[in-house]
Write a protein that binds this ligand. Structure first.
Ligand code: GLU
Ligand code: ZN
Length: 492
């Protein structure tokens, strides 16, 4: 494979928000462009107007930006081969379709939708493969057809050879051949003058001088149609690489249940773009079959088609969570604060005063830096640092192998000690509370467990003394007093 200036494209249809599989295609194309010092082109395939979803194009482009997949040519960027939205390029497709009709490679089809529908039901009833019956194939394009009354705006269909086969070389699979008789006389230009995907894709990949088409495996059955079109139009076809499928952990087709959700949802759930890129890169590509954490620079340096897998990739959500945790841990404290801030602002309870104090957030973050797997879970991990009142079940204040009175006593003595404690630091807390446990004839874990519940409301929380220092003396005393009164009133 020549390592020279590949021109590759990501060609999304704005028919919905881009999901994992979609963006994996974008990433592979981007990596290949960057690896070869070539160009990454974004082309919006919006010719299926009935299925276009408003706003989808913006979400697609925003997803690319979020992941850092910058494009050299495309919407908002321009380029020498624009426009990059197919709805703005109709003349090119119409010209190509006319050329094919003139050459005898395509023909006008006047069949009314009702006729096609009837034909289809007949085929299904007779257990025949569905497909156009080629009634209009031999009409003379220069004579008005007897059928023209049926449908005044004909479509144009490609005249697929009846015999033989069409083959191409897939960079990953080797030769792939399809029997021509399995290929329909497919429509290339619709009645409204819009092209179908097949024609538009071929014309654009040619005009935009695309060197490699890298796309999902589901498009492989379209490739012979494209090869036939390239041949008929006299174009040199690009190289093809159909990327392995992505399956769910149960090896069924990836679905919403497995995580085939839109990529923007991962952003909202607090995944870092760096982690997402690393994770997606490994869905069908590998560095050496064992390395999981791979920097962007290494990805770019090592991304060759040879290392794309031939078998389906499995989407493993736990692996993504683990990887995101690794990337969160690698953030500097300042970066973590910056990234976590919007999630805290949005998801901390309403009782917490806004805007948040960034200095305080910066003290809290080190306590959960090692534990957070997503930014979205940070607010739940730290909310007791912020809320004016922590609600919990008073029974939690009863220590292990202790009763209510013993626990109450422990809290009262602790309060007494802490009121006198100056300064209120990790070390003074340690020096005061460890001997106190002994004095009370308790295990340190028993006493600390009670204090933990009193100051955090939780049985599992970040390290106790650090937590208490960040909360501050005033708040700790206040919460311990609150715990004493809850436990005094506790009747169970
Ligand atoms: N518009 C197609 C899609 O939505 C592009 C397929 C291709 O890359 O040729 O995936
Ligand atoms: Zn027809």
């Amino acid at each position: 494979m020549p390592k020279k200036n590949a021109r590759v494209r990501y060609a999304p249809s704005p028919t919905g928000y881009p999901h994992v599989g979609n963006i994996r295609t974008a990433l592979f194309n981007w990596l290949f462009a960057r690896h070869t010092g070539g160009s990454f082109i974004v082309r919006i395939e919006d010719t299926d107007t009935a299925r276009t979803v408003s706003g989808a194009e913006d979400v697609i482009l925003e997803s690319l930006r979020w992941l850092g997949l910058d494009w050299d040519e495309g919407p908002g960027k321009g380029g020498a081969y624009g426009p990059y939205r197919q709805s703005e390029r109709l003349e090119y497709y119409q010209k190509a379709a006319r050329q094919l009709v003139e050459q005898g490679n395509a023909y006008y089809c006047y069949c009314a939708p009702e006729r096609l529908e009837e034909m289809r039901s007949g085929q299904i009833a007779n257990k025949q493969p569905p497909g156009y019956d080629r009634r209009c194939r031999e009409l003379d394009p220069h004579k008005k057809s007897g059928f023209s009354g049926e449908c005044p705006h004909p479509v144009i269909r490609f005249k697929t050879p009846i015999e033989g086969s069409t083959a191409f070389c897939d960079e990953l699979r080797g030769e792939v051949a399809f029997e021509n008789r399995s290929i329909d006389d497919f429509i290339i230009l619709k009645a409204d003058g819009f092209p179908t995907y097949h024609l538009a894709s071929v014309v654009d990949d040619h005009l935009m001088q695309i060197s490699h088409i890298m796309r999902a495996e589901e498009w492989i059955s379209s490739a012979p149609k494209h090869v036939l079109l390239y041949g008929a139009l006299g174009y040199q076809p690009p190289r093809f690489a159909h990327l392995p499928m992505i399956l769910g952990p149960d090896r069924s087709k990836l679905s919403k249940r497995h995580g085939a959700v839109s990529i923007t949802q991962y952003r909202e759930e607090g995944y870092l773009p760096q982690a997402m890129v690393n994770f997606l890169a490994l869905l069908g590509w590998s560095l050496d079959d064992k390395t999981d954490i791979i920097s962007l620079q290494t990805l770019v340096e090592s991304f060759t088609l040879e290392r794309i897998g031939k078998t389906a990739a499995v989407f493993n959500r736990e692996k993504l969570d683990w990887m995101n945790g690794v990337y969160i841990r690698s953030l500097s404290l300042d970066d973590l604060v910056r990234q976590a801030m919007p999630f805290l602002e949005k998801y901390l309870p309403d009782s917490v005063e806004r805007p948040l104090d960034e200095g305080y957030v910066k003290k809290v973050m080190p306590l959960i830096h090692e534990r957070a797997k997503t930014l979205r879970e940070i607010p739940q991990l730290v909310d007791f640092f912020f809320t004016p009142d922590i609600g919990y079940e008073a029974g939690l204040l009863i220590g292990k192998k202790m009763d209510r009175q013993m626990s109450l006593n422990a809290l009262e003595v602790t309060l007494d000690h802490l009121e006198k404690l100056e300064p209120f630091t990790h070390d003074t807390l340690e020096q005061s509370l460890r001997p106190l446990a002994e004095e009370l004839e308790l295990k340190a874990g028993q006493l600390f467990g009670i204090i933990r519940v009193a100051v955090t409301g939780l049985t599992v929380a970040p390290p106790l003394f650090e937590t208490m220092v960040v909360l501050g003396k005033v708040k700790c005393l206040q919460r311990i007093k609150q715990a004493i009164s809850s436990l005094s009133a506790y009747t169970c």
